[in-house]
Design a binder for this molecule. Structure first.
Ligand SMILES: Nc1ncnc2c1ncn2[C@@H]1O[C@H](COP(=O)(O)OP(=O)(O)OP(=O)(O)O)[C@@H](O)[C@H]1O
Ligand SMILES: [Mg+2]
Length: 258
């Protein structure tokens, strides 16, 4: 089932065209990865899906609903983002920062948070082993700890669509594998639509069901990791020489060659 349908999406920053006629279906209940070199438009693509940026042409359809017909609050109820960069490194406590994820669900601007909202925060802090940081000031966390807090906030928003922009960039390998494992489990259990930008091709091959490989604002390749991660495609998109070996399940492992 399609969770996000992207139809002929183009986007420019002033006169510089960044996304060019993207056309892709992103499946519900699956992990979809976005790959591609620095500056090719991955974050811009996520920001268009989120509605933070508006496309010049084309449509983005969430579960059959045209996203341009939804209000900001309606969008915030169904879609959340773990950003690549966050300027929100505040002196709020971690607990209050994560609680912000409940904002779109408040009945009115005057109603406060409920016990259910607070429990939700606790559950997600626990899920990501962040309980000991609950009372700490967000700005005092390490880069990797804060990255996990960003995920806790996005999950507390209870989204149908979860966008993650390089969510493991500050994590050690153990935490990176743990985080992607937890996201994958949630995607399956709650039948979420998830889109994750990753630079680590091996992690993408291990965790993603489908991959979108971009270059210069266009989708070059789309399909399973086995189909997308080939020596020829990596040469074409990254100008990288590589050797690819496959495990017994057909999952590709990429060895870059110098
Ligand atoms: N606000 C902006 N105004 C003008 N150009 C921008 C703006 N934001 C991004 N760009 C440019 O758009 C292009 C795509 O940026 P984007 O952040 O989408 O790349 P990316 O694929 O996410 O790269 P990375 O892997 O480095 O995160 C880049 O050339 C970037 O410099
Ligand atoms: Mg980016």
């Amino acid at each position: 089932m399609v969770g996000i349908k992207i139809k002929n999406l183009s986007f420019s920053y002033e006169d510089k065209e960044i996304l060019k006629n993207l056309e892709v279906d992103i499946k519900k209940g699956k992990m979809t990865g976005i790959l591609g070199p620095n500056g090719c438009g991955k974050s811009t693509f996520l920001k268009n899906i989120l509605g933070y940026l508006s496309p010049n042409t084309g449509k983005i359809i969430f579960n059959g609903k045209d996203s341009s017909q939804l209000s900001k609050k309606e969008k915030a109820k169904i879609i959340s983002l773990v950003p690549q960069k966050s300027s929100l490194m505040t002196n709020m406590s971690v607990k209050d920062f994560v609680l912000m994820g409940r904002l779109p669900h408040l009945k009115s601007n005057w109603s406060g948070y409920s016990f259910r909202d607070l429990n939700h925060v606790q559950d997600n802090l626990k899920l990501l082993n962040l309980e000991t940081f609950a009372e700490r000031v967000a700005i005092s966390l390490s880069g990797g700890e804060f990255q996990r807090v960003l995920l806790a906030r996005a999950l507390t928003q209870d989204p149908e669509i979860l966008l993650l922009d390089e969510p493991t960039s500050a994590l050690d390998l153990n935490h990176a594998v743990d985080l992607l494992n937890k996201v994958k489990k949630l995607v399956l259990e709650k039948s979420l639509t998830s889109v994750t930008v990753l630079h680590d091709l091996n992690l993408a091959a291990m965790f993603c069901d489908e991959l979108i490989m971009m270059k210069d604002g266009v989708v070059k390749f789309y399909g399973t990791p086995e189909k997308v991660l080939t020596e020829e495609n990596l040469k074409e998109v990254y100008n990288l020489k590589s050797k690819i070996i496959k495990d017994e399940n057909g999952i590709p492992y990429i060895i870059p060659l110098i």
